[in-house]
Ligand binder design. Structure first.
Ligand code: AP5
Length: 224
């Protein structure tokens, strides 16, 4: 079987992290999420974290020259040689071009870009109710996906917190950054023939079923 090189694309709060957890389990792929990498760098106070923090808090994008090298290096690691699931990268056309050039040089190609479609109003509802485990980053929603005990992670009992960039004014800014800088990737990857679109307003289990079926079909086609 050829490698499974996947990208999750969609507005903030579309459910990329929620689906990633399931897809990586289904297909045993390394999960490379720029948001998680950057938040860990901020928490550890590394040079990358210091560079990224101000942009993230404002809901703006970290500059291309800061993030591109980090992700291209990550893709060289041994666990990513048979496939990967990228979440949050690329987020601009220059990032997509850099990724495309790197994959080409390595003789690899994208299997699919999975676009999770959600309206702006739904994004605001979801992000204002999102809570995450302070320890593992596991995602909940106070209304749509609540933990068994309020404020506590089901998996490890850690405290649930609200992300700094999930405040209402920052959410609006993240949405406009998405429309301006990231949405052009929909056209970009449609032209490359790898875009697959999913209705992200369905319940998480249904979105997951559709994505899993699509990936299974792609694998089958690849074998034919
Ligand atoms: P990042 O962490 O990537 O944030 P994001 O793309 O804004 O995505 P989110 O994590 O907010 O949402 P999600 O789609 O994963 O949704 P989730 O599954 O949690 O990036 C953060 C920041 O880092 C950026 O703003 C930027 O500053 C920087 N950055 C990152 N990558 C960068 C790059 N490449 N270049 C430059 N800067 C970069 O779900 C949301 C909520 O909805 C949850 O509460 C969940 O329980 C609920 N939910 C999920 N699915 C459903 C459903 N189907 N129905 C009902 N509720 C649902």
């Amino acid at each position: 079987m050829a490698e499974l090189n996947l990208i999750l694309l969609g507005p903030p709060g579309a459910g990329k992290g929620t689906q990633a957890e399931r897809i990586t389990e289904d297909f045993n792929l390394p999960y490379i999420a720029t948001g998680n990498i950057l938040r860990a760098a901020v928490a550890e106070g590394t040079e990358l974290g210091l560079k990224a923090k101000g942009y993230m808090d404002a809901g703006a994008l970290v500059p291309d020259e800061v993030i591109i090298g980090v992700i291209l290096d990550r893709l060289q690691e041994s666990d990513a040689q048979d496939g990967f699931l990228l979440d949050g990268f690329p987020r601009t056309v220059p990032q997509a071009e850099a990724l495309g050039a790197e994959l080409k040089e390595l003789g690899r190609e994208l299997t699919a870009v999975l676009l999770i479609d959600v309206s702006d109003d739904e994004v605001v509802r979801r992000l204002s109710g999102r809570r995450v485990s302070a320890k593992t980053g596991r995602v909940y929603h106070v209304e749509f996906d609540p933990p068994k005990r309020e404020g506590v992670c089901d998996v490890d009992g850690s405290r649930l917190i609200q992300r700094d960039d999930d405040k209402p004014e920052t959410i609006r800014n993240r949405l406009s950054v998405y429309h301006e800088s990231t949405e052009p990737l929909v056209g970009y990857y449609t032209e490359e023939g790898v875009l697959r679109r999913f209705d992200g307003e369905r319940p998480p289990a249904e979105v997951h079923d559709h994505i899993r079926a699509q990936i299974a079909t792609l694998r089958l086609e690849d074998r034919l």
